[in-house]
Design a protein around this ligand. Structure first.
Ligand SMILES: [Zn+2]
Length: 474
């Protein structure tokens, strides 16, 4: 499995250079002009080579509900999402493939799937996602989404006594399940990594977090959670802990340099200092934060404090796509309105670094992934600089990040194995996937979420919204 990409453009310092890149045994072995050809020769002329990006937070099975959930904040959106979640592992397999295809064709070679588990079919759900990612050949980080509190507990009480249902699985059973998942599926050599992924402070007890910390330490697993995505969660943390969520997570030992935290919209300056101190990673999901009205994460402040940042699409029901380049563009330029000092704004080259090295660092793999460096694993994306959306010729990375790139990915290698050539996925039949997604779904209008209507009045009251029952489904 050796090949040599010839005469390809790569970014260097503040410029570009035309080089040959030798890949031997899954790794980058040399980057220099005029290398001897080892293995297959690949023509890199008029193409740009970049390290693969990381889609650092998604929920693959949300693909079945993209485009349908009405404009609502997270807490109500979640109620509707779970009312209509897919119940068959085969659907999970197909949406994992779909998520992987869209991630690949927008420059991603790794993804973090915070995977929603089908109740009673938890292991089958994970097996289905693993099968999909192994078949297509993307590097997968699967964090089975676990919680031990029911959905209504994720909304602050606001001083009102409320009853909650017991969650369908006990803390102990969930931790036992996770141990089995790790033993069965965690296989970094094969490109399948299991993460411990308690969904977040809003739905998890300390006992669950502590069990996850123990598993993470025992099996050397990364940790992944949502954190302070909404203002409601900020209020909830105060109710639940009497301090900020960050202070609490630090106290129980959950924060570390292999902890990545999706969203981080509602952090104070003191919280940001904690993140910097604990060297945890923020996963920025700008499209989801806009879609759900969650807010704008203070990404420029994170960068100034030295906090590592990565980009994610978030699940396809709150985005409603898995186009990583779109998330990167939005996640970069969005912050220009938050700081008048344009010296702090994110440049296209910085965006590339966040998307690649930032993603790798959040997964504790910065030594192996995330840059074009000799010795690193060959997770590479070759962009066609003659595609219409990258013309006329100006700055290739500027065009890729600030433009609206379509059909620009020419080739992709993951761990040195080619998975895309001439813009086509080689490893699976994408036409067959399209057909399956079509046949297993139907045009759907006017569906009603009963959970949403049950919790909406309380949500409006606790968030200080006018009490009249609005018509979401009008
Ligand atoms: Zn999420």
């Amino acid at each position: 499995m050796s090949f040599t990409i010839q005469n390809v453009l790569i970014p260097v310092e503040q410029s570009y250079s035309t080089v040959d890149v030798q890949i031997i045994d899954h790794h980058i072995r040399a980057i220099e002009p005029n290398l001897e050809v080892v293995g297959t020769a690949v023509n890199g002329e008029n193409k740009l080579l970049l390290p693969g990006f990381v889609n650092a937070h998604t929920h693959s099975s949300e693909m079945w509900q993209r485009g349908i959930i009405p404009p609502t904040p997270l807490e109500l959106w979640l109620a509707e999402l779970y009312d209509f979640a897919p119940l068959e592992p085969e659907q999970v397999y197909l949406s994992a493939l779909g998520t992987a295809v869209e991630t690949l064709l927008s420059g991603g070679t790794s993804l973090v799937d915070h995977l929603v588990l089908i109740p009673g079919k938890e292991l089958e759900t994970i097996a289905a996602a693993v099968r999909a990612y192994q078949e297509i050949g993307i590097r997968a980080f699967i964090g089975p989404l676990i919680q031990d509190e029911s959905l209504t507990q994720g909304i602050p009480n606001g001083g009102i006594e409320r009853e909650h249902e017991t969650y369908l699985r006990s803390t102990e059973a969930t931790l036992e399940l996770m141990q089995e998942v790790v033993e069965r599926f965690h296989n970094p050599e094969a490109g399948v990594n299991i993460l411990v992924a308690p969904t977040g402070i809003q739905l998890c007890s300390d006992a669950l977090f502590e069990g996850c910390i123990e598993l993470s330490d025992r099996y050397n697993l990364c940790r992944h959670s949502h954190l302070l995505e909404t203002k409601a969660q900020q209020k909830l943390a105060q109710e639940k802990y009497g301090c900020s969520a960050l202070e609490h997570l630090k106290r129980i030992g959950y924060l570390s340099d292999r902890t990545s935290l999706a969203h981080c919209v509602w952090l104070s300056d003191a919280d940001i200092a904690i993140l910097a101190e604990m060297r945890s990673t923020v996963v920025h999901n700008p499209l989801s934060n806009l879609r759900l009205g969650s807010g704008i994460a203070p990404i420029l402040k994170y960068r100034q404090a030295g906090v590592n940042v990565a980009f994610g699409c978030d699940g396809a029901a709150s985005n409603d796509s898995q186009d990583l380049l779109e998330a990167i563009k939005m996640g970069s330029i969005l912050h220009n309105i938050t700081d008048t000092d344009y010296h702090h704004w994110i440049t296209p080259r910085q965006s590339v670094e966040i998307a690649s090295l930032g993603g790798a660092q959040g997964l504790n793999m910065a030594d192996e992934l995330g840059s074009l460096s000799v010795g690193k694993k060959a997770d590479l994306v070759l962009y066609n600089l003659k595609s219409l959306s990258l013309l006329p010729r100006t700055d290739p990375i500027g065009l890729l990040i600030l433009g609206r790139p379509t059909n620009t990915v020419d080739s992709i290698w993951v761990n040195g194995k080619q998975v895309v050539a001439e813009g086509n996925v080689l490893t699976i039949d994408v036409d067959a996937l399209r057909q399956e997604l079509f046949e297993r779904s139907q045009w759907s209008i006017n569906r009603q979420s009963h959970t949403l209507s049950e919790i909406e009045a309380h949500y409006r009251s606790v968030m200080g919204l006018s009490p009249q029952t609005p018509k979401i489904h009008s």
